[in-house]
Write a new protein. Sequence first.
Length: 296
Amino acid sequence: MYYCQLHSNLFMNYSNQKKGMILAFTGIAFITPDSLLIRLANLESWNLIFYRGFIPFLVVFIGLLIIYKTKLIKEIVNNGWHGLAYACVFTITNIMFVISIENTNVANTLVMIALAPMLSAIISFVFLKENPDQKTWVAIVITTLAVIYIFYDALDAGDFLGNFLGLICATGLAVGAVIIRSVKKISLVPSAMLGKLMVALIALLFVDQLKLEGYDLTIIPLMCIMCVAIPFVLVTLAPRYITAAEVNLFFLLETILGPVWVWFVIHEQPSIETIMGGTVIVFTIAIHSILALKKI
């Protein structure tokens, strides 16, 4: 939790590009088992969402309190309307992710999330005037067609809702990264912390019981700290150094490894349409990323 204060000192000799890439890569690496742990948890959706909001909020709150002490409230206020907007988007994205995972195949949700880099490029173009080049627009067209293909399969499989919520989640990630990018001199980690509190408070309206039993006593804290609290701090810091689209490109790591974890442990296999469409999306964005990084 000390990344909020110490990351500049740790990486002072690195370029902004390297700082951002290290933060994003590390954050997403921690996230990759998240989908598996959601599947293994024996909690109802809103009960799980409550813990995924409250425990990370508590962990990050303690960390920020140690760092900022009595100035924490001031830091939250200084985030301004950008911080409020980020907290709201962050809240929606967190809730939609869990509900999507529980309403469709894990691979489908993660393939939808893989669209975040392209969505970031479009939103950055509109609001930040960061104009995507020709190869980015080509990638946008290809990935959009692949998503339409996956959605067509989802209609027959009866899991359209899960896919749609996954798309909302990808949009939320893109919007959130663009908000951070727009005020890159300010750390929005305090606002992300408030977003987690909002997640817990909303979930509290729908929970039936909060008792943890059996394996959940281990799975839930592990998930909430390792796969939620640590990553959201790192991913919130990363767009201060690299573009929103570049940060979200690292979610490809989750798109690839997330379903592998799930298949290896609980043998949940994606449909052939998801494999084909997902392969097109992953390779398209990966090639785009490599071509973009060669210019640095």
